[in-house]
Design a protein around this ligand. Sequence first.
Ligand SMILES: C[S@@+](CC[C@H](N)C(=O)[O-])C[C@H]1O[C@@H](n2cnc3c(N)ncnc32)[C@H](O)[C@@H]1O
Length: 300
Amino acid sequence: MTNPPVCNYEGSDYQQSFWDQGGREYEDRAEAIALKRLLPKSGRLMLELGAGAGRNTPRYAGFDRIVVLDYSTTQLAQAQQRLGRSDKYIYVAADVYRLPFRDKLFDAATMIRVLHHMADAPKALEQIRNTLQPGSIFILEFANKLNLKAVLRYLLGKQTWSPFTLEPVEFVKLNFDFHPQAIRNWLSGLGFSVESTLTVSHFRLGLLKRIVPAKLLAALDGLFQPTGALWQYTPSVFVRAKVNGSAETIELPTDVLSLFKCPDCEKGDLQNKQDHLLCPSCNARWAVNDGIYDFRERMK
Ligand SMILES: C[S@@+](CC[C@H](N)C(=O)[O-])C[C@H]1O[C@@H](n2cnc3c(N)ncnc32)[C@H](O)[C@@H]1O
């Protein structure tokens, strides 16, 4: 079965052009405040989906180990440069739609600024759900189609699509905005309970960002974020969802290999062959390059 297309960041200068030189200090700081509110203080094994260049990864430092996952190996190489190579970080190139992990492995996961690239969001969310233990926490950021600008434009007749309906809107190829209620419906259908909702980036306006220092604007954003429990009209929304069921103390595998399953045949027990992992069940070989486990396509 073929998966939906991936928005390809291979070779992209996203971190530099969008964040470092893109005038987005306010958004970055506002996200840091939201994450601090939502993240468990500590944990054992965190899965960061679509980590990009690892902008948010240092914010997960309370976790013993972090799997830094992205489809793009050039993004992962930048993450490696930022975070270094140590036992704390496991770098994995894989497709969110086809995750190479054993079921019920992680005690937390985050996916920030990634769902907006998912043409089949429920399918992606289902894959993530399968990797999470009962009682674990999933922090999801999504782009909100019910944002104030879209509502006003629609009411003034300047936009054809309705921000009030549940289906996602693809505003640019492979870039989707979602209705908050649709996200809640999908999460609850998959066995998550939404514990908290924060609205983020209330002040994403060029003029305000130019005249108010980013730190102050982000602090103000922080004051408004809890209103997300009541209504959501910001461009970005964060939810903290818990997998239903009570937490079990599952032994954290010490060996990295035992985290993985073959994404093709879904069997475990991959064998380490130095420059690749071998699946003894289907003979698929998965490359290991410069400390990155690559599960995107089997080696020829
Ligand atoms: C907008 S960037 C966000 C990066 C990071 N989360 C941040 O907020 O700085 C989106 C990231 O999602 C990754 N991505 C998109 N589709 C993916 C997929 N199907 N599987 C894995 N990663 C994907 C891209 O490679 C890119 O690094």
